[in-house]
Design a protein around this ligand. Structure first.
Ligand SMILES: [Zn+2]
Length: 180
């Protein structure tokens, strides 16, 4: 059936989504024979990665500026050289800290030797030595501790955000020195 022009915006949207909802409907959106909105949302959303950033940012006692930079990092919104290159602002993506790889979030915060040194020194302060993992794994491990009330886990969340902030600060210093 054609969508009548006199309908409200919301009804038009619902009717326009008939096929999508029909597809999701066939994917077990019933919970004990009752229609489940939650399952329908999940079916529509697909296999998206879980929003681990909430566990890292919420109830984290790090400074607001550290939380902000960490939020940007987790959403890949920091102006790394790779992103500046995508926006055609820069012509090369070489990491300013080590000059040995492309400056992506993953490299800058979790693979760059200089960043690893900063991480090691900071995390040693709270007795953590086994933190050299890639971005996805590190975020998963830190997020898993997000709900814990143990003082060491609360400290880890704070340190994670503060370390991210200070690596970004250091990177900006070196980057700006290179421009000047
Ligand atoms: Zn590097």
């Amino acid at each position: 059936m054609a969508i009548p022009a006199r309908l409200s915006w919301a009804l038009k949207k619902i009717l326009a989504s008939r096929e999508t909802i029909q597809e999701a409907h066939s994917q077990h959106v019933y919970d004990a024979d009752c229609f489940s909105i939650k399952k329908l949302c999940r079916a529509l959303k697909g296999d998206q990665p879980t929003m681990q950033w909430r566990r890292i940012i919420c109830n984290n006692r790090a400074s607001p500026k550290a939380l902000f930079i960490t939020w940007l990092m987790l959403h890949n919104r920091l102006a790394t050289k790779s992103r500046l290159y995508e926006w055609r602002i820069l012509t090369d993506t070489t990491c300013v800290m080590c000059s040995d790889a492309s400056e992506t979030v993953s490299h800058l915060f979790f693979e760059c030797p200089t960043s690893k040194q900063i991480c090691t020194l900071c995390l040693q302060q709270i007795g953590i030595t086994n933190h050299h993992r890639g971005l996805a794994e590190e975020v998963k491990v830190v997020a898993a501790k997000g709900h814990s009330k143990r003082p060491q886990n609360r400290l880890l969340l704070m340190f994670f955000a503060e370390v991210v902030y200070h690596i970004w600060q250091q990177r900006n210093l070196v980057f700006l020195e290179g421009l000047g």
